[in-house]
Design a protein around this ligand. Structure first.
Ligand code: NAP
Length: 229
């Protein structure tokens, strides 16, 4: 049975590598992106290796866009088995210096957007008895080492959302968070030691967890770590 994965922010960076990696593993991929044209490179890369992929318009910062995206998928008869909440932004140096709109943007895109997608897609997973949800967090979401501006706060909220939704969903739907390490992308910068492929590895692994695997946990390099690691 071919599973379908929805990957947010799949047009570039770690998300593009996750999309390609999942397609290589035999999943159909839906790239959820702000700008459909920006997903062409990812889609072509997947199709070249014989994978099946399509793109849908999605803005994690706009609840209306998230609802419209899921409604369009439902209209087209798409069923999402795997959700990778990868899209994210890193903004601001000091939380107290950020304007309210900037704080809200970070929290909406990095945490509340992912939560809304979980709320909209998890019921179908429960009904079909299978679901894997991967939340792309960061070591900077740790309360021991919060990242700059609203970023750390939003990733800490994403971690809390991971724990709470895993607790409320049945065991057939696994919700886990992960840190990709410091990755060479637009966000991570060119000094970062890891490639997007390396950053994507744990996400791909979590997206395909076995039925007896854990839920509500935090991972780096395929290993379970503490929420303050
Ligand atoms: N790079 C690192 O070192 C690192 C470390 C820890 C965690 N992470 C996490 O890994 C994830 C991917 O980061 P990355 O390094 O690949 O960053 P990136 O290269 O900057 O890519 C970010 C992705 O998120 C998308 N995105 C941003 N805002 C969006 C919105 N409102 N709606 C939909 N998509 C949106 C971007 O799409 P557009 O092209 O449309 O902007 C892009 O595809 C993020 O959640 C990040 O926090 C990264």
């Amino acid at each position: 049975m071919t599973r379908t994965a929805l990957v947010t922010g799949a047009n570039r960076g770690i998300g593009a590598s996750i999309a390609k990696g999942l397609a290589t593993q035999g999943l159909r991929v839906i790239a959820a992106v702000r700008d459909l044209a920006s997903a062409e490179k990812t889609l072509n890369g997947i199709r070249k290796v014989g994978g099946e992929a399509l793109a849908v318009e999605f803005d994690a910062g706009e609840p209306g866009s998230i609802r419209a995206c899921v409604a369009a998928l439902e209209r087209d008869g798409e069923q999402v088995d795997v959700l990778v909440n990868n899209a994210g932004i890193l903004e601001g140096e000091r939380l107290l210096d950020m304007d309210e709109a900037g704080v809200l943007r970070s929290v909406q895109i990095n945490a509340l957007g992912p939560l809304l997608l979980i709320r909209l897609l998890a019921p179908g997973m429960v009904k079909r008895g299978y679901g894997r949800i991967v939340n792309m967090s960061s070591g900077w979401g740790s309360l021991e080492d919060l990242g700059p501006g609203a970023y750390g706060v939003s990733k800490a909220l994403l971690n809390a959302i991971t724990v709470k939704t895993a607790e409320e969903l049945p065991a057939c739907v696994k919700v886990n968070a992960m840190c990709p390490g410091w990755v060479n992308t637009q966000m991570g910068g060119t000094s970062a030691p890891r490639t997007p492929q390396q950053g994507a590895d744990t996400a791909i692994w979590l997206a395909m967890l076995a039925d007896d695997a854990p839920s509500g946990a935090f991972f780096r390099d395929r290993k379970k770590i503490g929420w303050d690691d």
